[in-house]
Design a protein around this ligand. Structure first.
Ligand SMILES: Cc1cc2nc3c(=O)[nH]c(=O)nc-3n(C[C@H](O)[C@H](O)[C@H](O)COP(=O)(O)OP(=O)(O)OC[C@H]3O[C@@H](n4cnc5c(N)ncnc54)[C@H](O)[C@@H]3O)c2cc1C
Length: 592
């Protein structure tokens, strides 16, 4: 074999997958259409946010790269929902887009055992032995045939990608970047359930044509690191964001031109995300609202372009100019890049096991937007899981499957592989049942020991982690001794008691939160433990559910589609009832 593993696509999923494979000692080839675009932030120049910030910290604790990348290039940092409970707080940072991409490229280029190659994969090479299909390598647009028993697909929005701006359309994966042709249809021929999804992005305008004086300024907070291993933290100059609003005139222009929208005109067939609507969707769906928020976000320190958050659109460019210029402060804004929609092929994630390995093609893994998700963080999380599990398979070890109480990453993979994705899937705090356990500040204790077992955490880093745990224990004693109940009390104590000031503030806050919410946390842990019992009951992926009498026709069909690996996963399939679970319990007992 030429390589132990091939990763297709150098986006956020591909970066994590290829780094994990090579860090774990296996040779890896990252084939990507354009190495200049490694780690490109296709849409919003920001990383983190509600639940996504938690994912970034989880990726870091599990030995991934994303947190370290954003730590190197943040130009504004904030903790969202500061005024609300800790379960729903999360860090978010604006990124210098160029710096982010450069840091990502440097991370993969400097990784031992990782080779980068510029080409487009058009076909998977497969073989069939005793009825089992497995991947044997890839074929590329320039005619290369490269062999490997393990392939990870992370093609983002590029498979048969097509972009739309009003009447204009073009075969591209992002504006200005060619689509990846061939592989989507190859996957269809191999029997994968391949569908079409769509997403969209707003225009970028020249910052020096924006009138900030009439907008509300939004400053960031004191920057803090996403990575728990924050030695590499470098603070760049910080920039503000700005807030303005659409007006009734904006809405009138959009309504009058809605027939020219490729979405409303029926040109776009792929399903878009309800929660991330275009401005034309918002205007048409909520006719009673006379204004919508627009956040003006810097794209970087050395570019004049700014991002118009809240205004994704695929309306024609002349309409985009008109509605943007109708907004307060944007009257003279000059568009540098128009907003657009992109439609692309994706694999139904029900085709995948929770390891992210394909059910129909052994050795083939898939991660990121190709699995029906949306978002950099969701992609990075899946890339890391797919990379780890590709290695586990090569090692002959069981896959890493995180539970819903272990991590947002567990919720993400479980949702995708149990519920499928009819529309682009994005993480929300509300998708997690155990939010207090999944706080962003606890990601290291939840995941770092597992990453250490897998081999992704160095001795030095693990020593630092152990010291932190000892520190947290010591703080807990100190807090009990001083009868402290509220995080706000730290401020006073820091000034009067040196026993406190010797510890990092983040650690102090964490212990106080743990103590303050201990009752709720214990309750969540008890519920999670009950659910874990159901996840401990294994079901065979070979089971033919049509042969189990008593199951409803709907249950048989759904169970045969998902092929759940545990009783817990079976119970989470919509439409599976208590009675079906009772039958499956009996069936699994008999099998053992
Ligand atoms: C227009 C647009 C709007 C978006 N809007 C949002 C949003 O509002 N919110 C949000 O959270 N996310 C949004 N996203 C999604 C976000 O960009 C993605 O979720 C994220 O980048 C996915 O990461 P990925 O690694 O899966 O794929 P990508 O970052 O897309 O990377 C895929 C990489 O694979 C390469 N590639 C693809 N096919 C092949 C092949 N066959 N051979 C070799 N290389 C290949 C591509 O060149 C690319 O470099 C948007 C994306 C786009 C394009």
């Amino acid at each position: 074999m030429d390589y132990d593993c091939i990763v297709i696509g150098g986006g956020h999923a591909g970066i994590e997958a290829s780094l994990a494979v090579s860090r774990l000692g296996f040779s890896c080839l990252l084939i990507t259409q354009n190495p200049d675009c490694i780690g490109a932030l296709s849409c919003n120049p920001a990383v983190g946010g509600l639940s996504k910030g938690n994912i970034v910290r989880e990726v870091d604790a599990l030995g991934g790269e994303m947190a370290k990348l954003i730590d190197k290039c943040m130009i504004q940092y904030r903790v969202l929902n500061r005024s609300r409970g800790p379960a729903v707080q999360a860090p978010r940072a604006q990124a210098d887009k160029e710096a982010y991409s450069a840091a990502a490229r440097s991370a993969v280029e400097s990784q031992k055992g990782l080779t980068i190659f510029m080409d487009t994969v058009t076909d998977l090479i497969t073989s069939e032995l005793s009825g089992v299909s497995s991947v044997q390598g890839v074929a590329t647009a320039r005619g290369h045939r490269i062999s490997s028993n393990t392939v990870i697909l992370s093609a983002g929005t590029f498979l048969e990608g097509k972009i739309f701006i009003g009447e204009y359309d073009a075969p591209q994966g992002r504006l200005g970047e060619e689509a990846a042709f061939g592989l989507g249809n190859n996957l269809r021929r191999l029997g994968f359930k391949v569908g079409r999804l769509k997403t969209g992005t707003p225009a970028r305008v020249a910052g020096n044509t924006v009138d900030y004086s009439v907008m509300e300024k939004q400053e960031g907070e004191e920057p803090a690191a996403f990575s728990f291993d924050s030695e590499q933290f470098a603070i760049l100059p910080q920039l503000p964001c700005w807030i303005t609003f659409t007006r009734s005139e904006t809405h009138r222009i959009i309504r009058e031109n809605i027939h020219r929208s490729p979405l409303y005109g029926g040109k776009i067939k792929g399903t878009g995300a309800r929660y991330c609507p275009s401005i034309e969707d918002k205007v048409m769906r909520f006719p009673d609202r006379n204004r919508h928020h627009v956040f003006i976000e810097p794209e970087g320190l050395y570019t004049n372009e700014v991002y118009l958050n809240g205004l994704p659109s695929s309306l024609p460019e002349d309409v985009q100019v008109k509605f943007i210029n109708s907004i307060k402060g944007l009257e003279n804004a000059a568009i540098v890049r128009p907003g657009y929609a992109v439609e692309y092929d994706y694999i139904n994630p029900l085709d995948l096991y929770p390891s992210l390995e394909s059910k129909r093609l052994s050795g083939f893994f898939s991660a990121g937007q190709t699995n029906g998700s949306s978002g950099y963080e969701e992609a990075a999380a899946q890339g890391l899981i797919a990379g780890i599990n590709a290695v586990q398979k090569m090692r002959g070890q069981p896959p890493l499957v995180l539970g819903r109480a272990d991590a947002y990453m567990g919720v993400l993979v479980d949702d995708l592989t149990t519920l499928g994705a009819e529309e682009p899937y994005r993480m929300f705090t509300s998708r997690a049942e155990h939010r207090l356990i999944l706080r962003h500040d606890t990601a290291d204790t939840r995941l770092l020991p597992r990453a250490r077992e897998l081999g992704l955490i160095s001795d030095d880093r693990f020593e630092r982690f152990k010291k932190k745990i000892e520190g947290l224990d010591a703080i807990q004693e100190l807090i009990k001794l001083n009868k402290i109940k509220r995080p706000e009390q730290i401020e006073d104590l820091l000034t009067i008691d040196s026993n406190f000031s010797q510890w990092p503030r983040e650690w102090l806050e964490r212990v106080i939160l743990d103590m303050k919410y201990s009752g709720y946390i214990e309750k969540e842990k008890r519920i999670a433990a009950k659910l874990e019992k159901a996840d401990a009951v294994k079901l065979s992926p070979e089971t033919d559910y049509t042969s189990i009498s008593g199951l409803s026709a709907e249950a048989k069909e759904k169970l045969n589609t998902v092929k759940p690996l545990t009783l817990g996963q079976a119970a989470r399939i919509p439409g599976i009832r208590q009675g079906d679970i009772a039958l499956l319990t009996i069936h699994s007992r008999r099998r053992h």
